[in-house]
Design a protein around this ligand. Structure first.
Ligand SMILES: Nc1nc2c(c(=O)[nH]1)N[C@H]1C(S)=C(S)[C@@H](COP(=O)(O)OP(=O)(O)OC[C@H]3O[C@@H](n4cnc5c(=O)[nH]c(N)nc54)[C@H](O)[C@@H]3O)O[C@H]1N2
Ligand SMILES: Nc1nc2c(c(=O)[nH]1)N[C@H]1C(S)=C(S)[C@@H](COP(=O)(O)OP(=O)(O)OC[C@H]3O[C@@H](n4cnc5c(=O)[nH]c(N)nc54)[C@H](O)[C@@H]3O)O[C@H]1N2
Ligand code: SF4
Ligand SMILES: [Mo]
Length: 713
């Protein structure tokens, strides 16, 4: 061996000694892929390597976001100290100063204007422990009824539909492992290939086994490319499309009479509604040929095991609740639930989109999916928390309605933890006006987000690498994410911050936890006997067991497949609901002749606050774009790759036009990961679903025009 080789070998060994291995879990979507992050240090230089781990539903796969998640966490823009705005500039202050500031501001406002003058706004990235504690913080710490969270914009339509139809809301009724058993799969308004990429192999496996996959989406995506049939539906017309399918199924006696009779109620009303449905009218409403609707219906109803998955494409509508109910009608009418390879799934979005909607950060909810309006539930939780039941506030209002109340001046201070509503709220112009009007805005985040810039006080929170806690994946499987490194600077965990604020508000006795596990153990009791029962789940079990909720005892495995015998409603039956041929609340007009729909791209996550700070992810898609059919573009004088304005009656955004001859000619698509003039939510529609208060993010009426008119010279 030459001496230089030995030298090299010695260095390699030294380098290896300077390697830190961190076991962690991706902070982004609901799949919750696990991984190892290797930090290799050579002198001052650090290199990172990411290796997937196998102990999760993604079976050792990671997508591009997971592979680069550490980049934002290690970004130089992480906020490391509390910061207060003084004369328009943020200045570092100590934690005690920050806490004193909150006490002074919130107490003064609440003394003067009552407890409800302060609002709380949470997010689906928070761990179960933190989501639970945020709810308790609002109700016990601040005694306000005003708490809601970004999941209102995400899971509320599917959640309320499942609660009403099945008596229980868990994203998937089956484990992902059962997907390859299905013979027909409908993917409605879900872009799994770009939004939950590591789950795609389950669908590929189903296809290899002979399954027929039907995608419903107004545009072509990596997901629709996997499908055997793509229904390029007019935006917002999915409820009508399902009525067409039900018409075909019922007329041809393809429904499952025995299942309907034994396990459901409400079928007669659905039958009555469907008897009035005219297939040619449905073809017209949906923009799909009648034969295609017939073929889809017959294919779906002719197999013995079928699955339906929906996501935000059909849910983020001003009638999202009804649309999901109709897809559930389809599942129930064909008896496709409660058996292997048959079921329904609302593909959950955020990392803890599932757990985050169960434990009380929602306006009408107490932990364990209990209701804040049910006297028994109120008593149970008030007892556990050690307060008189009458001190527990009542039901609050939804996220967008909170923005309206802030704009009206009724809510005067807001405490935001884990959301960037300036970007993610529909009709963002109103959100901006509202947030600017606040007397006191406190934002708890890792970065100075667009919303954070408007804050009076910023509190630095820990990232996924630092924060321990449980998260519940889209299957309802509870996972334990261990802390992989300690907090940088003065950063604290969200749960610590809540305890600290509660302390200065004089509520220390209710918030004395020393670690996340203490909070989880309280959550277990709080959820005991509730719909989302976590009582049987412990940190030590989570280390080596696969556990789903409901899990009522420590000897229980939890339920991977739901509703095999009975539904969770009082009479054990699922409820069908007749649904009319809804049309979106905002229609196109002469001034606004095109539909706009919004969504995501593979390399960015939500408001982009994290992924825009990840160089590898940001480089893949550096700016927003407007997908437009070339024919439509020609009609409006738009050249490929040039800047365009998109206007609605609410506002304007600007981005680069991108030709796409696979999108419907009457529809534009814009992702929502950017702020400022690229914020598509300046344009989107704020109308809410009457049942679940989901905004109609997925359809509004717009016009498009070139920023510089290149057709004139
Ligand atoms: N890469 C990436 N992955 C993510 C996220 C992310 O931001 N980026 N976010 C996570 C979160 S929180 C969520 S909620 C999920 C969202 O996951 P998805 O809901 O799958 O994502 P979207 O892109 O919002 O919408 C899905 C599809 O609906 C289509 N669509 C639009 N309008 C209609 C309509 O009227 N009818 C039908 N049938 N389809 C329509 C869109 O064209 C789009 O392809 O993804 C999670 N995963
Ligand atoms: N037009 C349009 N708008 C949409 C949608 C759409 O499809 N179209 N989708 C909607 C959906 S489904 C969703 S889920 C929302 C999401 O909308 P947002 O909630 O605004 O999205 P995020 O980017 O996740 O914002 C989270 C913020 O909290 C920070 N953060 C991340 N993790 C943590 C944590 O653990 N603790 C703390 N304290 N902070 C943290 C991040 O840095 C970021 O600034 O957007 C909605 N808005
Ligand atoms: S973004 Fe989702 S699919 Fe991708 S690595 Fe993270 S958890 Fe897995
Ligand atoms: Mo979401």
């Amino acid at each position: 061996m030459t001496s230089s080789f030995l030298e090299h070998f010695r260095h390699q060994q030294q380098d290896a000694e300077k390697e830190t291995v961190m076991d962690t879990q991706c902070p982004f979507c609901s799949v919750q892929c696990t991984m190892q992050l290797l930090e290799q240090r050579t002198g001052d230089r650090k290199k990172y390597k990411v290796l997937p781990l196998k102990d999760t539903v993604s079976e050792g796969r990671l997508c591009i976001k997971g592979r680069n998640a550490h980049q934002h966490t290690l970004h130089k823009e992480r906020i490391l100290h509390p910061m207060k705005k003084v004369n328009g500039q943020f200045v570092e202050i100590t934690w005690e100063e920050a806490l004193f500031f909150i006490k002074e501001q919130f107490s003064t406002l609440q003394e003067h204007d009552g407890p409800d003058s302060v609002g709380v706004y949470g997010g689906g990235s928070l761990t179960n422990e933190e989501a639970y504690l945020l709810g308790k913080f609002a109700r016990v710490g601040l005694k306000t009824k005003h708490i809601d969270y970004n999941g209102r914009y995400c899971m509320s339509a599917a959640a309320s539909a499942m609660n009403e139809a099945f008596g229980l809301d868990r994203g998937l009724t089956n484990e992902m492992e059962e997907v390859p058993l299905a013979e027909c799969i409908i993917l409605a308004g879900t872009n799994i290939a770009e939004c939950q990429p590591t789950l795609l192999p389950y669908f590929r496996k189903a296809k290899d086994n002979g399954a027929f996959i039907i995608a419903i989406d107004p545009r072509e995506t990596l997901t629709t490319k996997l499908a055997d049939l793509h229904l390029k539906v007019k935006p917002g017309m999915d409820a009508a499309l399902v009525n067409g399918m039900l018409k075909v199924i019922l007329d041809r006696n393809l429904h499952d009479e025995q299942f309907i009779k034994e396990r459901t109620e409400g079928f007669d009303e659905v039958l009555k509604q469907i008897s009035g449905v005219d297939l040619d009218a449905i073809a017209d409403l949906t923009g799909l040929p009648r034969e295609m609707i017939e073929y889809t219906a017959v294919t779906f109803a002719s197999v013995s095991r079928a699955m339906v998955f929906t996501a935000r494409g059909v849910e983020q509508q001003t009638h999202g609740f009804d649309t999901v109910r109709n897809f559930i009608n389809l599942v129930l009418a064909t008896g496709n639930i409660g058996k292997p390879g048959a079921g329904y799934g609302a593909v959950t979005g955020q990392g803890n989109g599932q757990g985050g909607r169960e434990h009380g950060q929602k306006a009408d909810q107490l932990p364990g999916y209990r209701s804040i309006e049910n006297p028994e539930h109120r008593n149970y939780i008030a007892n556990l928390w050690g307060i008189p039941e009458k001190e527990l506030p009542g039901k609050g209002i939804s996220a967008y309605e909170m923005m309206e109340k802030i704009a009206d001046g009724e809510i005067k201070a807001l405490f935001i933890m884990g959301s960037n509503p300036l970007i993610s709220t529909p009709n963002a112009t109103l959100a901006a006006q509202a947030l600017k009007r606040l007397k006191c805005l406190v934002v708890v985040d890792m970065f100075v987000s667009e919303t954070g810039r408007l804050a009076d006080l910023l509190l630095p929170s820990s990232s996924y690498l630092e924060d321990e806690g449980t998260l519940t994946n889209l299957e309802g499987r509870v996972t334990l994410r261990r802390a992989a490194r300690s907090c940088p600077g003065e950063v604290r965990h969200d749960w610590q911050i809540l305890c600290d604020v509660a302390r200065v508000l004089g509520k220390e006795a209710y918030f004395s936890y020393t670690k996340a596990e203490d909070i989880f153990n309280e959550l277990r009791v709080a959820s005991k006997g509730g719909k989302a029962d976590y009582f049987g789940i412990t940190y030590s079990r989570l280390k080596d067991e696969r556990i789903y909720w409901p899990c009522p005892t420590e000897g229980h495995k939890g339920e991977g497949r739901l509703f095999s015998e009975t539904f969770a409603r009082p009479n054990g039956k699922a409820k069908m609901l007749p649904v009319i041929n809804h049309v979106p609340k905002e229609r196109t007009s002469e001034s606004y002749p095109l539909h706009l729909t919004t969504g995501r791209v593979m390399s960015h996550y939500l408001s982009g606050s994290q992924t825009r700070r990840s160089p590898a992810l940001s480089a893949r898609q550096i700016e927003s774009f407007v997908k437009i059919h070339p024919k439509t573009a020609n009609a409006f004088g738009i050249k490929d790759g040039t800047m365009v304005y998109v206007d609605s009656s609410r506002g304007r955004m600007k981005a680069r036009g991108a030709y796409d001859d696979s999108i419907r000619e009457d529809t534009l698509f814009i992702p929502f990961h950017w702020g400022g003039e690229q914020n598509v939510n300046n344009v989107t529609y704020q109308g809410l679903d009457p049942v679940c208060k989901m905004p109609g993010f997925k359809v509004c009426a717009v016009r498009v025009s070139p920023v510089i008119d290149l057709t004139r010279n």
